[in-house]
Design a protein around this ligand. Sequence first.
Ligand SMILES: *Cc1c(COP(=O)(O)O)cnc(C)c1O
Length: 359
Amino acid sequence: MSKDALLREEIARLTAYHVPDAADMVKLDAMENPYMLPLSVRESVAKKLLDAPINRYPDAEAKALKQALRISLDIPHEAAVMLGNGSDELIQIISLAFSKQDAVMLGLEPSFAMYPIIAAIAGMRYVGIPLNADFSLDLDRVLHALDEHQPAVVFVAYPNNPTGNLFALEDLLTLIKKAPGIIVIDEAYYAFAQESFMPLLKQYENLMVMRTLSKQGLAGLRLGLIACAPKWHDYLEKLRLPYNVNTLSQIAALEILQYGNILQEQARQIIEQRERLLANLQALPGVEVFPSSANFLLFRVAQATRVFASLKKRGVLIKALHSAHGLLKDCLRVTVGRPAENAIFLTALTESIDETSAS
Ligand SMILES: *Cc1c(COP(=O)(O)O)cnc(C)c1O
């Protein structure tokens, strides 16, 4: 018997998550915060790390960090909190937790690429419900899908990635009330939208709210968080591997949170640059740009694949989404960078569009 027969078919079919090499490029592909922390903050983090007891295992519950996050993120005291090695890990833990035989994960499409990938890994059946052409939620279709597929878990990115929009609050409330299972509102871009379901945790027992520090400026620390009813938390805890949040991340994040307004101030600058970049893209002939409540912009051009390649040749890396979903035909996504980076991108984009439309 070939050893290949030992492999799970759905895993064999997956392609491993590919991260493109961005060395020496203007890197606007991954929704990172383009700003370093001020030197004084980095120095005080470095000082704390100097005494980090890395010969010991981490605080398994990350008590101090959790408490600081509760305050900084305004988490209702009724909710329990679990930390993850990035929110990707939490999506995986939630999926594993509800992956009974034939259990369904429902997602909206297009949305975050990891939902269907993690569903496959966890052995859940993934059902994707297309958004409307303007990327709003098709409530009738979603309600029908709840009925038909009885999903154990529904993942909603709010704002959505890669489209950047917030779905209508009323629609999501209907969804939460009608869902037969859990609804996870993934608020990875909260810092740039300032709209949250966190206060509603008290009201809806089937609601989970997920956050991450990644898009806000701490992507390298790998820190995500899920807030939910204690009963779900206690169940999820059984799936969390011990020490999933390492000592250096715990200490660094705790220290940086003492300067909370720095991350907020950077988010404010990014929002300002987002609006400027939006206006500049709106003014470019041949570009259709979609408004965004996140730190990136989705836009459409005539020949996205060629424009993407031409940008890359000019040293600018963004994200090509043309083949990701039917609704994203000829779409590209650019992360909001520093003003100088955005200017380089705009020049390169203008040249790239000229080049591809000339030939
Ligand atoms: C980036 C992103 C994540 C993953 O964030 P990490 O905490 O870095 O793992 C989760 N959800 C959405 C919608 C994202 O865009």
